[in-house]
Design a protein around this ligand. Structure first.
Ligand SMILES: [Zn+2]
Length: 494
């Protein structure tokens, strides 16, 4: 898409070169209004122009002096002095009949407004197209980046930053786009000096989605990053890339309608995506209540609450209030403290299905982390029905991958390695692969927890095939399916 340039469209500064006229100029109001430059008009507000009976036409530099040419209807000393005083510079006047002048003032200032409105309209349309393009190409972030003299729009696709269009756009146009986003996200419109963040909902042809916005004042001007939810957000369970083992166990855990299913993994590892995919089928029949910090994606049919400590809406306060709202399914952003973790697991024990995330590096570590928060082994053993750890890693580009002969020979199976083509931007990778680790405690494992061996080694010893799938198994599957290469697998295992 071509980037429109908002260059001043009325460089009509030629008229003032005409010598000051004493008798009215034979110009109609429209012609006169067209003579005004944007810069000149910005010197005087419309109401002052009417009051003073003067229309600024152009700014002129004349032998080091700056003066402004104006159309007036009265040529006397008093008018000139009033104008000099109001504008703070020398004036040059052209006399026109009063009715022409008043009409010209109206036309000139309203033309200006129309141009602004047109610019706003163009920016709004452009932004919508830009974001639709972004969704279509699975963009995760859109950067609106001011440079010294121009600006760039960049997309992050599968972890790689690319330019949206080949040409740079004008800074004025970037500012129009930024203004538009700030209006949508209800940010302080005029404040360009403080970082701000917010969000807005965008309507797409088949759905609505929440886009997060953050601003940063840079040396070249205000920069914006728009964070897009991934297209997978509303995908169902089998499109996520989880193993059939984990999918099946998760389905059963959800069907039992009680207990806590916990997720761990780094930020951006798709935990929320999996949680949403799990609860989506429940939305029609059950009361789903989510408490998030903040709510990222809107789920039609769910009650969603955003944590806001500043307004006294702390996580644990909201959780207690939420439990009085008769929820059947609770989705909790993160179990961070003892209070919320205890309440959440109590809810899981008393007939609620609870989905939440815990900050931990592995599924076993989830138990240790919750123990550290002060939870009783009995609560952990009885409350937790499943834990899934996940991570998103680069997937080989299927269009250009090549056989890795050495590795294939070693394992007696076809293994691929990265190459590079136009489709993957010559990186050799396209899209992500979901690596998972999952644990679904059975009575044996629960007994182990209650008996008190809550250590990394103790719990690891109790992992068996029937209840556990390791990250190594997941990686091996990816490797054998030709979605991962040895280099990536080694990197993850390190
Ligand atoms: Zn490729």
């Amino acid at each position: 898409m071509k980037i429109p340039d908002f260059l001043p469209s009325t460089p009509l500064g030629s008229l003032p070169a005409v010598a000051p006229q004493r008798s009215p100029l034979p110009l109609c109001a429209k012609q006169l209004a067209q003579c005004c430059t944007d810069k000149a008009l910005s010197l005087l507000a419309q109401s002052d122009a009417v009051k003073l009976g003067a229309l600024p036409l152009a700014l002129i530099s004349q032998s080091k002096k700056r003066l402004v040419s104006l159309a007036v209807c009265r040529d006397d000393l008093e008018t000139k002095q009033a104008l000099r005083f109001a504008l703070g510079m020398e004036v040059q006047i052209i006399v026109v009949p009063e009715p022409t002048l008043q009409e010209a003032i109206f036309l000139a200032y309203n033309h200006q407004k129309n141009v602004d409105e047109q610019h706003e309209q163009v920016a709004a349309t452009y932004l919508q197209t830009l974001l639709e393009d972004a969704f279509a190409s699975e963009v995760s972030d859109v950067h609106l980046l001011p440079l010294k003299k121009s600006a760039r729009i960049r997309f992050r696709v599968h972890g790689i930053l690319k330019d949206y269009s080949k040409s740079e756009c004008s800074k004025a146009f970037l500012q129009e786009l930024i203004n538009r986003v700030k209006v949508l996200a209800q940010l302080h419109y005029h404040d360009r000096e403080q970082p701000q963040d917010g969000a807005f909902t965008l309507s797409l042809p088949h759905r609505e989605c929440r886009i997060r916005v953050s601003t940063l004042p840079t040396v070249c001007g205000e920069k914006l990053v728009l964070r897009l939810p991934s297209r997978r957000e509303y995908g169902d369970l089998h499109t996520l890339g989880l193993s059939s083992f984990t999918q099946e166990k998760l389905r059963r855990a959800v069907e039992s309608s009680k207990g806590a299913i916990l997720f761990c993994g780094s930020t951006g590892s798709g935990k929320t995506t999996t949680m949403y995919a799990l609860i989506e089928p429940l939305l029609e029949k059950k009361h789903v209540l989510t408490i998030e910090d903040p709510v990222e994606y809107e789920l039609a049919g769910a009650t969603q609450v955003s944590v806001c400590e500043k307004q006294g809406k702390s996580f644990s306060a909201l959780l207690r209030a939420a439990l009085r709202q008769d929820p059947e399914v609770l989705v909790l952003g993160e179990m961070r403290d003892r209070d919320s973790a205890t309440t959440a697991l109590q809810a899981a024990l008393t007939g609620h299905l609870v989905l939440s995330t815990v900050h931990a590096r592995s599924v076993i570590e989830v138990f240790l982390r919750l123990k550290e928060l002060g939870l009783e082994p009995l609560t952990l053993a009885q409350g937790i029905t499943g834990i899934v750890g996940q991570q998103l890693i680069p997937r080989l580009c299927a269009k250009c991958r090549v056989i890795d002969l050495l590795s294939s020979k070693k394992v007696q199976h076809t293994i691929y390695q990265a190459n590079g083509c136009q489709a993957c931007g010559y990186s050799g990778y396209s899209g992500r692969f979901l690596v998972e680790e999952s644990l679904f405690p059975d009575s044996d494992f629960r007994k182990g927890i209650i008996e008190g061996d809550l250590s990394l080694d103790g719990l690891s010893r109790k992992l068996r095939e029937e209840i556990y799938r390791s990250m190594a198994q997941s990686l091996e599957q990816g490797l054998r399916a030709g979605m991962l290469d040895v280099k990536t697998v080694k990197m993850v295992l390190q």
